[in-house]
Design a protein around this ligand. Sequence first.
Ligand code: FES
Length: 180
Amino acid sequence: MNNKTGQCKDTVEAADAYVLERIRQISAGGRNKQGSLIQVLHMVQGIYGHLPLEVQQIVATELELPLSTVSGVVSFYSFFTTEPRGRHTIRVCLGTACYVRGGVSISEAIQDELNVKVGRTTADGMFTFEIARCIGACGLAPAMTIDAVVYPAVTPERLPAIFAEWYEKEKQLAEGGELI
Ligand code: FES
């Protein structure tokens, strides 16, 4: 958020000068160090939240690398994202056990319920929706997680109540309640 206007920052230009300077410093710190690109990108994503092309350009300039090299690494590794993430992450498991027990129907129901595609974030910035390949809860299939909370034996019918609970927690937080 932009503290002065209350509007969301969606461009690098709108970011704080301090944040951009930190990104430049971190990137420059990796210059001429073999294998530093991934580490730099991790740190920059930790500060900026995601890695849009403009931020990749800063990293490339400071590391004295082609933009295509930086973009190639960002797109190759799933832990890097070029889009802003939601405040919470939903992961539906589509590993074998969950797949055969209805994981696909859970994924489809989430897309309908929250109007969000796989890999994208809900319009209100609440949830980023991703697919997982096994979350280590095969005996509880189909399973999904929201942040660190595991939901076993999920059914499409349970989803509205699960999401309502998270929205309620956010509301309480906004009103000064406990952190989620
Ligand atoms: S396959 Fe879904 S938890 Fe393992």
